[in-house]
Design a protein around this ligand. Sequence first.
Ligand code: NAD
Length: 419
Amino acid sequence: MNKEYNPYQNMLRVLDDAAIKLGLQKNDYITLRFPERQLVVSVPVVMDDGHTEVFEGYRVQHSSTRGPCKGGIRFHPDSNIDEVKALAAWMTWKCAVVNIPYGGAKGGIKVDPAKLTENELRKMVRRYTAMILPVLGPEKDIPAPDVNTDAKIMAWIMDTFSMIKGYAVPAVVTGKPLEIGGSLGRNEATGRGVMFTLLNLLEKINCDPKNMTVAVQGFGNVGSVTAKLIQKQGCKIVGIGDAFCALYKKTGINIEAAIKYAAENGKSLAGYQEDDIEIITNDELLALDVDVLCPAALENQINGDNADRIRAKIIVEAANGPTAKEADEVLDIKGTKIVPDILANAGGVVVSYFEWVQNQESFMWDEDYINNNLKKIMKKSFDDIWKIHIEKNVSMRMAAYILALDRVVRAKRLRGVFP
Ligand code: NAD
């Protein structure tokens, strides 16, 4: 990530633009420019060799105006308070876009989890959970998986919270394993939501998925599921990549085989082989001459430095914040259609919401019911944004922010500023 990029400032710039378009005065939304609560914690872990390591952890609650705060937890060596603040705010806007009764939050630990043993990782997760426990709870703030965290880690969070409370509290976290109250469909929900969003867009612009070539950056939970599901819809995935390598194949990559390979090789695509597959750089992957580019890794991948080299006609933001504002401006002039993160990757939080509701009801829904309801919500949200995009002649990102900010500001007005 380049040094001068600050994701929170990036978010504020888009927010201020949306407020102007909505005709808001600063006073109408000033509270939303600041996170409600920011917690920085020290997370000591006695490592396997006996020495103690102290990691820095964060939990930021951006807004609880529309309901309990909701958002994932990320483990990454570059994690920092500004990134977590931005990710928390994006959760507020995302939950408002899909109109589910949540505010936004996010958490992180500055750590490379690949360098920890299983034992050290578990101790770190449990201590982090204990440190942020005062602000967590099904009615307060509900974490979920994000970069480098998964169902196993959610199970440790649920157990730690429950042990300290003295009773099982499955609804404190979503993205759990099925055995302890996870939801059917949650693991694939974000990628499935990206797939629905791409199909919704292609329908609007009269394009057939079977004629689309696609490049996907990031091959973790979101990228790999997205690639698999859109390939099933007929798209040709010609480029994929992760933190370790990027690959190109003109006739299309066998995504199921690549997923199997990465799962068996430390979540890495390095060394994956197919006839006629070429190794390319990450920059080349982003600049491929494809119809659709799907960034599904980290923030600021498409920025002022590389925006003019992006050739995709459509960008579907599966990651959070992959496009910096400078890049947005360049791509807008080029006529690139960008489907913003707060719509495109909202499938994850929608099914997290379904999981939380099922936990509160102590009842399990079947997978068809979940996927059908996800599809309906993604369609309604897409149509709401498309209408604003056309009527106000603004980008889809601006339309999504206008929709979200309007909903949050209306709720804020009704509640007022305490006291
Ligand atoms: P993950 O840890 O499962 O996968 C991340 C992927 O990105 C890995 O393949 C990793 O190798 C790759 N990557 C990391 N750094 C990279 C780099 N510099 N260049 C290229 N690839 C790189 O994480 P995930 O859950 O798939 O999350 C990916 C993105 O989607 C993040 O922006 C996250 O916030 C967002 N997101 C995730 C969810 C979810 O449900 N997991 C929901 C909404 C949004």
